[in-house]
Structure formats: C-alpha cells, structure tokens
Design a protein around this ligand. Structure first.
Ligand code: DON
Length: 312
C-alpha cells in the first residue's frame, strides 16, 4: 500500500472514475421509504478528502441527500466518545450479523447483545445510550453537534424524509420494543426510535461525508477544521466496525473485492476509510439487493485499485 496520497494523484483519477462509472446500469432507488423512491436516479458524485484538508470532487458532490445508515457511523462515534470502547462492546457489541440491516432474526439469534451499532437494532440501542439519558432534546443536540464536528459543517434535517420515514418505520418500531424485551435499550424505546429515525433523515453531501471519513482515517482530527473530534485510540475501533458490517450481508464480498472499509446508506451514500491516507465518499441512489449504492461501490473500487490501496 502507498504511504501517502497527494492531490496530484487524485485530480484526474476522480474525474476518470466519475466518467467510467456514470453510465453504469443496475440497481433501484430504495422504495420502502417513499421519499427516496422519488430522488433523481442519475445523480452521482465522488469526493475524496486528504489529511491535508484538500477535497477533490467530481459530479454531484454538493447535492443534499438522505444520510440514512451512514448516520450509524456518526452515532457509534458519539457513544464511543461518551462511554469508551469497552462499554460499547459490552452494551451493543461489534459482531457481523450476516443478515440484512433491519433483521429481527439477528436480534433473536444473538439476544445477549444487538451485535453492532451499524445495523438498525444496534443503532437504535446506540441512540438510547446517548447522554444525557432521558432528555430527548439534549440527546438530539449531542447527535447533531457530533455530526457537525465530524463533517466540518452542519447537517440539516430533511423534513419530508423524516415524515416519510416516520410514517413507514413499522419494522424499526418492532426492533425497538424487541430490544426492550432483551434489556438492550437504555432509554425510552419510542424516544430512541425517533432519534434514530431523525438522524437517518439528515441531509448530507458527498463532500461532507468524505470529510467525516477522513476524520476517521486521520485518527479523529478533522482535516478541515483541525478540531480533534475524538480520541485517536477510537479510530481503529470505528474502522473495524465499518469493515465488519458496513455492507451488511455483502460485507465480505465488498472487502474481498475493494479492500476498503466502507459504510453504505439507502439514500445512496457510501463513506470509505483508508486509515492514514484518505476518506472517500460517493453518492448515487440506485441500490443493489442488500441496499448498497451500485455506482458508489464501483467508483470507490475503481479509485482504490488505481491507487493500489488496500487495508489488507
Ligand atoms: O432504518 C432504515 O431502514 C433506514 N432509515 C436506514 C437503512 C439503511 O440506510 C440501510 N443501508 N444501507
């Protein structure tokens, strides 16, 4: 693996990846959340952020889309910051489920913990842990402050997405109460579910995601704001969570073929971390059957292969 990547390495490459991938066919917008089904399927952006703070972009990198499951990475970091690595392992876990992101079976199979903060069950559990427990408004402030610190600028709630998702999140409601049954929710289940639904409905750009990805790659130091957002010791923890389950039941295939720990969301965003070297994000709405953006996967693979970077 290369020791450093410069903006010169990336300028043409990011444009080239965009041109190569933009007409790729396949996948469909998420349709179980009505708002996401209506987003233009042709949108496509790639953004790479370097530890120097330089951001190299191509395509629709300033389009604001639903962050969805990529928000799970942010809240996982928040509870790691608030509780430390051991408590997150004890209360939630760090295991792959091998099952879809919204699996109820995964909770029943491993009911001693919700597996990982990066699937729906573990993310709802993580929201329940956010301090101060019992105070929804103050918890939401902690969640959004943490999002801003990681991304370097504010994320804004997409009201229509929040409404669309709140009206259709029956499976997640079951998850919240099933967690309660197993004593794996640490605050009011309905409040925790609402915080989770709201955080998934935040609007983000590919550029913001790439800055957050680089903050993780850069040991918690935001390369743009220069703020030390989290303790460097947490960086390998969060990258290991991402590597283990970032693409749900397709995570092994993804790591085998890309070598880049990455986390997807059904809004079409993917955040990838190459420790010490860069953060990368890509966004395009059509998803494969596991809920991962088809073009974002192709773009990240293209760039990683050309740069010859692979965490393994
Ligand atoms: O809870 C849900 O189903 C959505 N808010 C998020 C799911 C998601 O993004 C899965 N990722 N690929």
């Amino acid at each position: 693996m290369k020791k450093t990547i410069t903006s010169n390495d990336l300028k043409n490459l990011v444009n080239e990846a965009h041109a190569q991938v933009k007409d790729l066919k396949g996948g469909k917008n998420a349709n179980y959340i009505p708002f996401l089904d209506k987003i233009d399927s042709n949108l496509f952006g790639i953004s790479v952020c370097l530890p120097s703070g330089e951001v190299i972009e191509a395509g629709d990198t300033n389009y604001v889309f639903g962050i969805e499951s990529v928000s799970k990475v942010y809240t996982a970091i928040l509870v790691l910051r608030q509780y430390g690595a051991q408590a997150v392992l004890d209360k939630i876990g760090a295991d792959a489920t091998g099952l879809p992101f919204n699996s109820i079976m995964a909770i029943l199979l491993e009911n001693d913990h919700p597996s990982t903060p990066l699937v729906n069950a573990g993310a709802i559990s993580a929201d329940s842990m956010v301090k101060p427990v019992g105070n929804s408004e103050a918890k939401w402030k902690a969640i959004t402050d943490n999002m801003r610190e990681l991304s370097g600028s504010d994320l804004k709630l997409l009201d229509e997405l929040y409404k669309s998702e709140s009206e259709t999140n029956f499976n997640n409601r079951s998850i919240a109460w099933l967690l309660k049954n197993f004593n794996r929710i640490y605050d009011d289940p309905d409040m925790s579910l609402d915080l989770y639904t709201r955080q998934c409905s935040m609007g983000v750009t590919a550029k913001q995601l790439s800055i957050a990805a680089c903050t993780i790659a850069n040991n918690g130091l935001n390369p743009v704001t220069k703020q030390q957002v989290f303790d460097p010791s947490l960086s390998p923890k969060i990258t290991s969570l991402i590597a283990t389950v970032g693409f749900y039941e397709h995570t092994g295939d993804w790591l085998y073929t890309s070598g880049v720990p990455a986390k997807s969301g059904v809004g079409g965003g993917v955040l990838g971390v190459v420790p010490g070297l860069f953060g990368i994000a890509a966004f395009a709405p059509p998803l494969d059957e596991a809920g991962n953006s088809v073009k974002a996967q192709a773009a990240i693979k293209y760039i990683a292969q050309k740069l010859n970077v692979n965490v393994f």
